[in-house]
Ligand binder design. Structure first.
Ligand code: CMP
Length: 136
């Protein structure tokens, strides 16, 4: 049975800065994802703080929010069967040094902070994150 889902991807400042936007989008398409919506934006730190609120108690929260707001990002809604899990698999481990061969973070990630992409971690959070950037 099919289980078509949507998930939110963010191409982070380190990847946009290195002109990896098209290569990463090709990886999504080659892995069967449809790009339903996308926009290139730069967000304020206060917006990054709202987006990453689940991490507000973590020691890396401040740096993370400074980083996400430090340059242009591309926010993308992806669609595919089991998109949330499929995208997490395609991204690879949060820390690029632990990511499997062939994953986006292994290929392009520089560090745990500059790990090139974000992806929703559950169907519930995907809805919240998609609304955050694309609510009409
Ligand atoms: P992301 O999937 O965007 O979600 C939160 C981000 O916090 C994560 O990717 C990492 O880039 C960043 N981060 C920094 N330090 C850590 C850490 N110790 N554990 C998890 N995420 C971290």
């Amino acid at each position: 049975m099919s289980n078509v889902e949507k998930t939110l991807s963010i191409i982070k400042p380190d990847a946009v800065e290195r002109n990896l936007e098209n290569e990463i989008k090709e990886m999504f398409k080659n892995n069967g994802f449809s790009i339903i919506k996308q926009k290139k934006i730069q967000i304020e730190k206060s917006e990054a703080e709202k987006f990453y609120k689940v991490h507000e108690t973590k020691p890396f929260y401040n740096d993370l929010c400074t980083y996400l707001s430090s340059g242009p990002i591309v926010v993308i809604v992806l669609e595919k069967d089991n998109a949330v899990f499929a995208n997490r698999k395609l991204m690879g481990d949060t820390n690029p040094k632990d990511a499997d061969e062939g994953t986006i973070r292994k290929k392009y990630g520089i560090s745990i902070d500059k790990n090139s992409v974000h992806g929703s971690d559950s169907v519930e959070n995907a809805k919240i994150e998609i609304d955050f950037f694309f609510k009409e």
